[in-house]
Design a protein around this ligand. Structure first.
Ligand code: AMP
Ligand code: MG
Length: 354
């Protein structure tokens, strides 16, 4: 049964406050679980500045509505996608900067990452495949049981359809110049692989300016931590077990500001005739990436990069993905098809296996 968005909100919109004393100031704990950017979001903010959760929620909604959503008419991405062939569409400074970062990652990943994947994603109909799995932090474990991962049979496109649709993709065909972007005919942008990380960047920028003692916010598979947790213990980010999504393979213990994103084959998928088709596509083949990994987690100092790199590294697999992450100064953790865990040296100090 399809749940109506309104019921969903009623079920998930929880706002709470709890008084704590840290140092000489009164720090209050505020939390909210909500739906935004097509996924479940969780906030825990320890603040001396009152309840900031609604402001943070608005940052996500505005980002989705005004900038990133290809679905919402009037967003920048929707306008770019709707512009006629060969038409240059002016882009806001922020989106322009983000597009530069993402196009560079497309080049650096040899095309494993590609923001023009939308026509192929639409052909597979991946948006009809259920259910954001959330990243679980110590603070939001209670909400974890609420996430869903419906399996829903779907129609698998034919090889011919995929081959044809691939001709409408290719980041190298974009023209980003002088504050504008142009897409060739029938191409379309899809920033779904980086949007939740971009949200984390925006949230961090906002919270840094407030009197916040510490905060942890998750937007689907992307998480940002800021400042300290009262009591002095580190932030704990659970890494979901890709084949038992109700449990973790281990925990990342983090201090201060961090961005963590996970891409996994369990987040959106259908199983047809025993074959799992998931939402991370290999732009070279048009099929779900088949690089031998089930999930990739990236830790770095940028939300957009943590999110985009997790997708890119998933497509590349362990060896090449590890090299790409390291070239960006990011840490990576891979879970392969046998459930083996491998990670960059720098990740080892933060990760404790369960
Ligand atoms: P994520 O869950 O962050 O790995 O992002 C997956 C989403 O990004 C998908 O739902 C698609 O919208 C889009 N996507 C899928 N494959 C790619 C790819 N190879 N490069 C860029 N975006 C992709
Ligand atoms: Mg991503």
């Amino acid at each position: 049964m399809k749940r109506k968005p309104k019921d969903f909100l009623t079920a998930f919109l929880l706002v709470g406050g709890l008084l704590l004393f840290v140092g000489c100031g009164k720090v209050e704990k505020y939390s909210m679980t909500d739906i935004a950017m097509g996924t479940i979001t969780n906030q825990t903010i320890y603040s001396k500045d009152g309840d900031l959760t609604l402001a943070v929620r608005n940052i996500m909604l505005e980002l989705e509505q005004e900038e990133l959503s290809w679905r919402i008419e009037g967003s920048e991405v929707a306008q770019i996608n709707a512009a006629g062939s060969g038409v240059y569409t002016p882009v806001s400074d922020r989106l322009y900067e983000e597009l530069e970062i993402l196009i560079k990652l497309s080049e650096d990943s040899g095309g494993a990452f590609d923001i023009t994947i939308r026509p192929v994603a639409a052909l597979w109909n991946i948006d009809a495949w259920a259910a954001g799995k959330i990243s679980v932090t110590e603070e939001n474990q209670a909400a974890e049981g609420a996430s869903t991962n419906k399996e829903q049979p779907d129609i698998i496109p034919t090889h011919e359809q995929i081959t044809l649709t691939l001709t409408y993709t290719g980041y190298e065909n974009l023209s980003l110049t002088d504050g504008s972007i142009m897409l060739p005919k029938d191409m379309a942008l899809d920033l779904g692989a980086a949007g939740k990380g971009i949200a984390c960047d925006r949230i961090a920028a906002y919270l840094r300016e407030q009197d916040v003692y510490g905060a942890v916010v998750s937007v689907g598979g992307s998480v940002v931590t800021i400042g300290k947790k009262p009591g002095g213990t580190p932030w704990q980010i659970g890494i979901i077990d890709p084949r038992d999504t109700s449990s973790f393979i281990g925990i990342l213990y983090l201090e201060g500001e961090n961005f963590v994103s996970t891409s996994g084959d369990y987040e959106r998928y259908v199983e047809v005739d025993g074959v799992r088709y998931h939402h991370i596509l290999n732009p070279a083949t048009g099929y779900p990436a088949d690089s031998g990994v089930r999930s990739v987690t990236i830790l770095c100092d940028s939300g957009i990069l943590s999110d985009a790199l997790s997708t890119a590294c998933f497509v590349l697999g362990v060896e090449e993905g590890m090299a790409l992450a390291e070239s960006y100064g990011a840490q990576a953790l891979f879970v392969d098809m046998e459930g083996n865990i491998s990670m960059t040296d720098g990740m080892k100090q933060f990760f404790k296996e369960k």
